[in-house]
Design a protein around this ligand. Structure first.
Ligand code: SF4
Length: 279
């Protein structure tokens, strides 16, 4: 399965459904009208570079070799350079620039290397795309598992690597929609009869970087709730319901601020025209 091929066809994803729930106008700009993003955040590029390095780290483990901390930082430097120069429109947060992010990435990966527990497991997949369907939604739900491992008792753990600015609460992880979709996908495809753990491996960008692992599980009832949410979101999308949520936490980081302003201005002009025509 090739994720780029899957993305060419109509689909939903955990991030798409979350975007729709946070601000459906944002969803429309990015995923219906496919307006190119105005800016990219430094956090996104840093996250993508760290993801790439960790995928390589586990590819090496798969062939029986653990990369050194130095190798991780060298690989990160290469990836960060490539991505940062390719994406011209990076918006750096206050006090950050190319070099500070380079340093942050290296520190995060050194922290990862010293903190990741030595455990016995078998790697089942790295960066593996998935696709599944649910009742009442005619398009597949797609995504990529960062890492899937299995322990000696046959328990499967689906791991997502995160670079975050703060630690998560247990409640946040237990209600996390991305993990819920991963569980549903796993139950509907390769791991229907298996016990499944979900795990966030978080590199936290505090002054002194930290590494935290958060485990979670989902029940059959949780799966049903996930299905209901996806069905409702699909219903809204298919009926063309796209409502701006101006109090969304996403407004501060929105890639479509100009498009959003334009949308409101157009709406105001249309309303004025309607008022004039009814006077
Ligand atoms: S700025 Fe806020 S309301 Fe506008 S599209 Fe972005 S998230 Fe939605």
């Amino acid at each position: 399965m090739d994720i780029n091929e899957l993305r060419k066809e109509a689909h939903l994803s955990a991030s798409g459904v979350s975007d729709y729930r946070d601000c459906s106008l944002l969803y429309k700009f990015g995923r219906v009208q496919k307006i190119p993003i105005e800016v990219t955040s430094d956090a996104l590029i840093l996250g993508a570079s760290v993801h790439y390095v960790l995928a390589e780290f586990y590819q090496e483990i798969l062939i029986g070799r653990k990369m050194t901390a130095k190798e991780l930082t060298v690989l990160f430097t290469k990836s960060w350079k490539q991505l940062a120069f390719k994406k011209k429109n990076i918006e750096y947060s206050e006090g950050k620039d190319y070099n500070t992010i380079l340093l942050t990435g290296k520190e995060l990966l050194l922290t990862y290397h010293t903190s990741i527990p030595e455990e016995e497991y078998t790697i089942l997949s790295i960066e593996e795309p998935f696709s599944f369907t649910i009742e009442g939604v005619p398009v597949p739900i797609i995504g990529v598992y960062d890492l899937v491992i299995e322990d000696s008792a046959g328990v499967v753990t689906i791991i997502d690597h995160k670079t975050t600015s703060r630690a998560y609460s247990v409640d946040e992880v237990d209600k996390n929609f991305q993990l819920s979709v991963y569980h549903l996908g796993a139950k509907r495809t390769d791991f229907s009869d298996r016990e499944i753990y979900l795990r966030f491996d978080c590199l936290i960008k505090t002054k002194k970087p930290k590494f935290e692992q958060y485990y979670s599980i989902r029940s059959k009832e949780d799966d049903i709730r996930t299905i209901r949410i996806i069905q409702q979101v699909w219903d809204g999308i298919s009926k063309g319901v796209f409502i701006p949520n101006t109090s969304s936490w996403k407004c501060n980081y929105c890639f479509y601020k100009d498009a959003c302003d334009e949308w409101f201005q157009k709406t105001e002009i249309e309303n004025l025209k309607m008022e004039e025509s009814t006077v």
